[in-house]
Write a protein that binds this ligand. Structure first.
Ligand code: ATP
Ligand code: MG
Length: 325
């Protein structure tokens, strides 16, 4: 039981090879001050990864501060990042420490990096190169020791080509890139994530949902998740609230999930909708045999050898499971 925990790393749930490789990278690089760029569609878990890096590094006892570079007016963002002295601009009544100084010894997570105005890109580059910042209106610089992690859902390389992002800054922040795969490219994570969110919202909402019905899980597996893990989390929470019983069924899924044709279930995943080892083993056998038959284009001798069973055993099972051969 508790498969999610078994496959979790710093609260990130994933069993897919793609994500396991990312966990591996994080373990390797966490302790270095190297700048990391995290790319990926919205909702893929970029901020979670940034936190995992920080909390697995020697900086874990110092702050990790997240700044969203989009949606803040330029001058405000500049004083947020670098601070200002009294009288630096009309509304600057007091000295304000910037987030670079607040994050000293720790990590600064700059989210939505693609939205950073060009003028601030120059100032950020200088800060990164010199390890020092100059608060607005100040004549002196301040030394800082900050590890920078940036994230973007936009393609910064393209933006560089279009002159919208400085090339020198791009190379400075992009010493190492972690590309978060969209959820549709790692569907084997979906059952585990669904279980994790069921547990999370059971606790948070005081519910007692026991399982996700196989049909429902199949819809979750087949949907293409434009909003990635965040969308999955929302769908699970919504379904739990609407559920009539202690099981999540297909009928309560939002319309966009029901509209999708329920094509064949991917064959690299397996649904545990009951505990019986006997009946689950049979389902697994049936899936493996079907797959081996497809792989060998129906050649039973080759299929038997792939499956590492005798030909008579295969013939018997094909008959038992009424698999077309
Ligand atoms: N592998 C995962 N395991 C558990 N929760 C996850 C996982 N990936 C994402 N989440 C959850 O999904 C939500 C979105 O994750 P996060 O904010 O890190 O994504 P993001 O890539 O930063 O999205 P955006 O680009 O929209 O800011 C969060 O609630 C997060 O906890
Ligand atoms: Mg984010």
């Amino acid at each position: 039981m508790d498969a999610p925990r078994q496959y979790s790393f710093a609260n990130i749930i994933a069993r897919s090879h793609k994500m396991q490789a990312i966990f591996q990278t994080i373990r390797k690089i966490a302790d270095f001050k190297t700048s990391i760029l995290i790319t990926g569609e919205s909702g893929t878990g970029k901020e979670l990864i940034a936190k995992a890096i920080h909390y697995n590094s020697g900086r874990a006892n110092n702050p990790m501060i997240a700044v969203n570079c989009g949606g803040i007016p330029e001058t405000l963002l500049e004083s947020e990042l670098f601070g200002h002295v009294k009288g630096a601009f009309t509304d600057a009544y007091r000295v304000k420490k910037g987030l670079f100084e607040e994050a000293d010894g720790g990590t600064l997570f700059l989210d939505e990096m693609g939205e950073l105005p060009l003028s601030l890109q120059v100032k950020l580059l200088r800060a990164l190169q010199e390890d020092e910042i100059r608060p607005l209106g100040d004549s002196k610089t301040v030394k800082v020791d900050v590890r920078i992690i940036t994230a973007t859902a936009r393609n910064l390389g393209d933006m560089v080509n279009k002159g919208l992002f400085r090339e020198d800054l791009f190379y400075r922040i992009n010493v190492l890139t972690i590309e978060m795969p969209p959820l549709r490219d790692r569907r084997e994570d979906i059952p585990l994530l669904a279980e994790h969110f069921v547990q999370k919202y059971n606790q948070r909402l005081g519910l007692n949902i026991r399982e996700v019905h196989a049909d429902c899980l199949q819809r979750l597996m087949n949907y293409n998740w434009p909003g990635n893990v965040r969308e999955l989390e929302n769908v699970v929470e919504r379904s739990m609230v609407l559920a009539e019983k202690d099981i999540l069924t297909m009928e309560i899924l939002p319309p966009e999930l029901l509209r999708q044709s329920s094509g064949p279930v991917r064959d690299d995943v397996f649904f545990w909708d009951e505990f019986s080892i006997k009946s689950n083993s049979k389902k697994l056998e049936k899936q493996l045999i079907t797959k081996a038959m497809a792989e060998t284009k129906g050649n039973k001798t080759k299929a038997a050898s792939l499956l590492e069973i005798s030909l008579p055993a295969l013939l018997y099972k094909i008959k038992e499971y009424t698999i077309e051969g």
